[in-house]
Design a protein around this ligand. Structure first.
Ligand code: TYM
Length: 340
């Protein structure tokens, strides 16, 4: 009989820079919705060990990690209802990742598009950690027997690999121990695109700051970035379907819908025929209205870094209480002798 697993959500964000509107709409906003639905136990982590797979300045990493924790809380993650923590403070992640390094195959890792994109032609010089990255991500999820993982579209392949690792472990050791986790890739903004190029995703690592809206941007900067966003010369059409071959225009409509909490059809009904000189300021207004209070609260929380550290430290202890017995059982399954 298949094991029944507790409904449990885990997801994470890399504190490798300030969070973007893509992180907010594709992930953070969804994290809050899943917390508020009350159907799952929720764990959310700042994946600092993943961040160092590429070079991070230590001071900047510490600041970005605290700022990301502040952004989570400002966006509505309640540390009393969700477990909010730093990945490096729960050593079971790295310990289970080692076991998964021995389960996953080199070929699986080599096929990851994120690895190919990030390592590029210079893979000889990429860190070993960057190659093994997806095994650590699988460990983040499976160390809690998480059943559901809300993410943006770009993480789909990593979640398929997580399922492959769980299935191979269960098969090799003839157990039904790890759940086959479900990705939750939902909502109107699972892939927010760059404001400079509608074929590239919005990313904190893009060299151009004009390509993204940061959670820390002030209203003037937000308005300026949308004003300068690349578009085509045509006004907005009658229907969303007509935006099929207009990636930049479609992206701005998607962002509007996600921020305003309405459907893309409603955006079209409200703005059909509008030129960019009309639509872009309207978009900036919705963005400032939604993000302004979050940015203000994030900045307020950043005024007391010790309190942020206390909150995530408490989260790490609660996370460890769930992780420790799962790691112990994993070690037992693979044949490690427990200490007395
Ligand atoms: P990361 O830090 O790149 O992004 C964090 C989350 O934000 C989503 N996201 C986007 N969604 C829509 N449009 C965008 N432009 C956009 N950019 C980012 C991502 O899909 C993600 O959900 N490997 C992960 C971090 C991770 C993780 C995990 C996630 C580590 N362990 C365990 C889930 C479960 C990453 O690099 O995400």
């Amino acid at each position: 009989m298949a094991t029944a697993f507790t409904p449990r959500v885990l997801s994470g964000i890399q504190p490798s820079g300030g969070l973007t509107l893509g992180n907010y709409l594709g992930a953070l906003k969804r994290f809050v919705e899943m917390q508020d639905a009350g159907t799952h136990e929720c764990l959310y982590c700042l994946v600092d060990l993943h961040a160092i797979t590429v070079w991070q300045d230590p001071q900047a990493l510490r600041r970005n990690t605290r700022e990301a924790a502040a952004a989570f809380m400002a966006a509505g993650i309640d540390p009393a209802r969700s477990i909010l923590f730093n990945q490096s403070q729960v050593p079971e992640h790295a310990q289970l990742a080692w076991v998964f390094n021995c389960v996953a195959r080199m070929g699986w890792m080599g096929r990851m598009t994120q690895w190919k994109d990030k390592a590029g032609k210079n893979s000889e010089n990429a860190s070993l950690g960057l190659f093994a990255y997806p095994a650590l991500m699988a460990a983040d999820i499976l160390i809690y027997h998480a059943t559901h993982v809300p993410v943006g579209e770009d993480q789909k392949q990593h979640l398929e690999l997580t399922r492959d690792i769980a299935a191979k472990f269960n098969h090799d050791y003839k157990v039904d121990f790890f759940p086959i986790t479900e990705p939750v890739i939902e909502g109107p903004a699972t892939r927010v695109m760059s404001l400079r190029d509608g074929t590239k995703k919005m990313s904190k690592s893009d060299p151009s700051d004009m390509s993204r809206i940061n959670l820390s941007d002030d209203p003037d900067t937000i308005a300026q970035k949308f004003r300068k966003a690349r578009t085509d010369p045509e006004p907005l059409p009658e229907t969303y379907a007509e935006l099929k071959d207009r990636p930049e225009a479609r992206n701005l409509v998607d962002i509007y819908a996600a921020l305003a909490g309405i459907s893309t059809d409603e955006v079209m009904a409200q703005h059909a025929g509008a030129g960019w000189g009309q639509f872009k300021p309207a978009l900036a207004d919705v963005a400032v209205e939604t993000m302004g209070p979050i940015t203000a609260e994030m900045n307020r929380l950043m005024g007391d870094p010790a309190e942020i550290d206390r909150i995530v430290g408490d989260g790490a202890r609660r996370a460890s209480d769930i992780a420790a017995p799962i790691l112990a059982k994993t070690y037992d399954i693979v044949g490690m002798i427990s200490s007395r």
